[in-house]
Write a protein that binds this ligand. Structure first.
Ligand SMILES: [Zn+2]
Ligand SMILES: [Zn+2]
Length: 344
């Protein structure tokens, strides 16, 4: 008998070979999970704008080649040593929150989301642009069997971000909540806000977005091209919360005067330019600007369960894994309606 190690079937992987380089689709050996890790047979992975961090090497800590993807849904097909709480055959998702260190000051206070040494999926370790991925158990969320994996994938980042930001906000049922942007984040934000019982104002560019925004659950549509958005929101009584999803600091600055007393501008879109505000805009009426990013895998589970219960779903465009470069380019174009998902 030959003593060489058994042949391991290859799998397809879409990776970034070095910062700024084009995607490469290559074959790799199917990896084995280590201690407190599982291997996931990936079924779908969303393409998120934050994948630009890995594609362009915008964080100094990333080592290459690296496989992006933090909107992963699949099935556990192998478990590593010391894994008792997760079983083969379970459907799971992996989002932005990869693994907390468990030892930093935030973690010692139980605030894992703000872990100083958070490992981000697809950044700190290989993500879901591949047929099989290895994930630490800390990253895993259970995915209801009744959800389509392809529809569930965008809920692992775009979904949890909007769901969690809104549900942890001060807004109560009946309050005016504005969702800025009818796009990847915004089209989910409108749906969640409606299901939470808010009075929903969608803010979009151009009248042509009004029918869709209303179909998604907006009670009011404000066209930011034709209207002064802040004045329009004040006319409605002022917003308790404005969920700012469009990646533009300038556009967000124009929203601040639309806040009502004790209102919050909740920033979830990452724009390259500053948000500009005068102290007086915040002082009078005790208004604030707050950032928000995703949440824990347990929050993902809540997001998925809520979506399953209420019918909230992303609108998606699908591409096969082999066309990862095309899928990424489509996402970057800003023209996708609305989330791009790799089917694997
Ligand atoms: Zn930590
Ligand atoms: Zn994301």
């Amino acid at each position: 008998m030959a003593t060489s190690k058994p042949a391991i079937a290859p799998m397809k992987v879409a990776l970034v070979p070095r910062p700024g380089a084009d995607f490469q689709v290559v074959e790799r050996e199917i990896p084995l999970p280590g201690a407190r890790q599982v291997r996931i047979h990936v079924r779908a992975c969303g393409v998120c704008h934050s994948d630009v961090l890995t594609k362009e090497g915008l964080l100094p800590s990333i080592s290459y080649p690296r496989v992006p993807g933090h909107e992963v849904v699949g099935v556990i097909d192998e478990v590593g040593a010391g894994v008792q709480d997760w079983k083969k055959g379970e459907r799971v998702g992996v989002g932005w929150h990869g693994q907390q260190d468990g030892t930093c000051p935030s973690c010692r206070r139980g605030d894992f989301v703000t872990c100083a040494n958070l490992k981000i999926t697809g950044v700190g370790f290989d993500g879901g642009y591949q047929q099989y991925m290895v994930a630490p158990v800390e990253a895993l969320a259970r995915v209801p069997e009744t959800l389509d994996p392809v529809e569930a994938a965008p809920l692992m980042c775009a979904g949890i971000t909007t769901f969690n930001a809104l549900r942890r906000s001060d807004a109560l049922p009946g309050d005016l909540v504005a969702i800025q942007g009818v796009g990847g984040l915004g089209h989910l934000g409108i749906q969640f806000a409606n299901k939470f019982g808010y009075r929903v104002a969608a803010i979009g560019r151009g009248e042509e977005n009004a029918p869709l925004a209303k179909k998604l659950g907006a009670h009011v549509y404000v066209d930011s091209v034709a209207t002064n958005v802040s004045a329009a929101l004040q006319k409605l009584g002022g917003a308790r919360v404005i969920l700012a999803t469009a990646p533009s600091g300038k556009a967000m600055s124009a929203l601040i005067d639309g806040l009502g007393p004790n209102g919050t501008l909740l920033v979830v879109g990452a724009g390259p330019d500053p948000i500009e505000v005068l102290p007086g805009q915040l002082l009078f009426g005790k208004k604030r600007i707050q950032g928000w990013s995703a949440g824990l895998p347990s929050d993902s589970e809540d997001t998925l369960r809520f979506a399953d219960m209420t019918g909230v779903r992303p609108m998606i465009e699908t591409y096969p894994l082999e066309k990862a470069a095309e899928a990424y380019a489509r996402m970057m174009s800003g023209k996708a309606q609305f989330r791009v998902v790799l089917t694997i």
